[in-house]
Structures are given as C-alpha cells and as structure tokens.
Design a protein around this ligand. Sequence first.
Ligand SMILES: NC(=O)c1ccc[n+]([C@@H]2O[C@H](COP(=O)([O-])OP(=O)(O)OC[C@H]3O[C@@H](n4cnc5c(N)ncnc54)[C@H](OP(=O)(O)O)[C@@H]3O)[C@@H](O)[C@H]2O)c1
Length: 345
Amino acid sequence: MTDTGRSPDTNRSWRLDRRPDSDPADGNLRLHREGLPEIADGEILVRNVYLSIDPTHRIWMSDIDQYMDPVELGDVMRGGTIGVVEQTRSSRLSVGDIVTGQGGWQDYCALSARMVRKIELASGLPLTAYMGPLGNIGATAYFGLLEIGKPRPGETVVVSAAAGAVGSLVGQIAKLMGCHVVGIAGSDEKCAWLTDDLGFDASVNYKSGSIYDTLEAACPNGIDVYFDNVGGEILDTALTLINLNARIATCGLISTYNDLEQGGQGPKMYRNVLMKRATIRGFIVSDFLRRYPEAFAAIRHWLRIGALQYRVDVREGLEHAPDVLKLLFSGRHDGKLIVKISEEP
Ligand SMILES: NC(=O)c1ccc[n+]([C@@H]2O[C@H](COP(=O)([O-])OP(=O)(O)OC[C@H]3O[C@@H](n4cnc5c(N)ncnc54)[C@H](OP(=O)(O)O)[C@@H]3O)[C@@H](O)[C@H]2O)c1
C-alpha cells in the first residue's frame, strides 16, 4: 500500500501524468514525493493549508488554446491555495503570515512574494471565506453580474449552476439589485435551498422534466440577463427565452469541459442573439484584478449585514484531491469545493 500521509520534511505533489480523454480519470494525475522546495531571493516557502478545487482545473489539463498556458505533462497541477509562510527571503512578508496565491496541488510551495496576496483576518470570517466570497469566486460573481450582466431593478436574471460557489452569490447579488431571480440547479434539494434560504424567486431543476417549460414558467417576463456557468443545452434554452437587448455573461461552460478537444457544439438558438440584439460577453475574473478591493468591500459589507450566504464544502487530505475534482462534474458537493491539506495556524 502507498503511504499517502503528510510529513513535515516531505513535499507531496500531484503532477499531470496524462491528459484526460473526457472526464478526469484515475491516472491522469500522479502523487509524487520529494524534499521541500528551496527558496531564492524574493521568495517565500508556504505550507499550503487549503487548495481550491475549480472547474477550470479540467481546462488546464487539456492541451488546447485557452486563457492561460495548459499545465505541462510532468508539472505540478496548478491550483489556488491559502497557506502560511514558513520561510521568507523577502522583506514583504514574515514567517506566520497567511497568504493566498497559486500554490498548486502540493503540501509546500516556493512562491515569489510579489505573486501572493496577504490575508488580513480582521473581519472575523473563517479562512475558507477567502476561497469563496472574499476570493476569486466572489469577484467572479460580482464583476460578471454587475459589469457584464448590468442588471436593472425589475429585470429577470437567470443563473445556471445556481447552487454552486459562483452561482449562489450571483443570484443573491441580483436580488440585492432588485431583480426577479431564477436559479437553475441539478437537484430538488439544491433548488429548495435557493428559494427557501437564499431568497431566489424561483428555481428550476434541469434534471427533472422539460427545462424549457419550467424555465418559461419561472420567467413570465422573459430573460434580461443570463449568467451562464454551464453552456450547452441550458444556454440554448435560455437563448430561446431572452428579451430584446438581453445580456449574456459567459462565465463558464462546465457542461462542455470534458469534451473540449472535440470543440463541442455551438448554441442552436444563436439566431436569437441577432433577433433580440443581445450581447454575449465572456470574461475571466482576472480581467478585473485591479478592482478586486471594490468587490471585496461590497461583499464584506453584504456578509456583515447578513445579505449574503455561502457554503463551503471542505474535504480532508491532499491525497484525495483528484476524487474531489470529479465531484464538480457530478454536482455531488454543497458549495465551494476545497481540499484541506494541513492544519490552520
Ligand atoms: N470566468 C471566470 O473567471 C470564472 C471564475 C470562476 C468560475 N468560473 C466558472 O463558473 C462556473 C461555476 O464554477 P464554480 O467554481 O462556482 O463551481 P460550482 O458551481 O460550485 O460547481 C460546479 C457545478 O456545475 C454543475 N454542473 C456540472 N456539470 C454540469 C452539466 N453537465 N450541466 C449543468 N450543470 C453542471 C453542478 O451543479 P448541479 O448539481 O446544479 O448540476 C456542479 O455542482 C464554472 O463553469 C467555472 O468554470 C469562471
């Protein structure tokens, strides 16, 4: 049996061994063991505490043209982390500081001190919140909805993967903007959470019955903003119901990520973009990096007054990370998926 546990003088890292053909499968990633990384001037040694597990990891595993370089075969799998500084050769950061950055799927990482953000734990929120509403997830929901969706009070906003990390925030922010909000999710339990706990006006279980009929019934005035997290058939259905001058924020296409090499299929109802003079705009959250403080100030305020709720789903053990990634594609998780690698300081 392979020893998969942590030890303080060893760095375990998941490296990309084989590119997936479709779904992420056993053997795409391999667990390696080596000594701790050495740090150079300007760098810090970070013990990773939390690893963010994101749908985009599947994109990075594919050798396709994308918004950043794919992970090379043999390289440590890229991933966002929160960790604690254990050694420093930079005047910017001290031992014990908590930082977030791209620490990868591993126990320890050497990072440039310029490439991380120090987390100030003043707000009393748990550390995991900085991987959810106060991290990329929150910024994605905030800028994607407000800058691209541009919702106005009274308009109908539809969001897919609505019970997920991004989607659940999008719907709640749209409610704060005075919109009629409809969430699409993959189970009755998730749908009930959206309406009963988060205050969505309606929800649609896309795995039960005709999604067109239920979505049409939930949107009696049509759709003004569609925040797309999934692409595919759900995008097509939303396009069928859009209003004049609708805005479609293309945030993610998770229903196609296991089929990227084949190119997938374009939307059949693309013609409605013309007929309805709609705008479709894709975005990557880092496009808004300089404006993150604006998003976090607003989100922190909404959290403080109880206007925003979020869920994190923390799974223990770096050794389980590939199995945790698979959960994103089955939907068998509740909220922002995170792997806990080591204890919080
Ligand atoms: N543009 C950006 O900068 C940016 C940044 C972050 C995330 N994203 C994108 O935002 C989307 C959501 O990411 P997240 O981190 O918040 O993940 P998440 O929503 O917490 O988890 C993914 C969810 O997608 C749903 N899903 C999976 N396969 C599906 C399919 N074939 N059809 C329909 N729904 C499916 C599942 O929910 P159900 O149980 O409801 O099916 C699953 O729980 C992803 O597409 C991601 O790539 C984009």
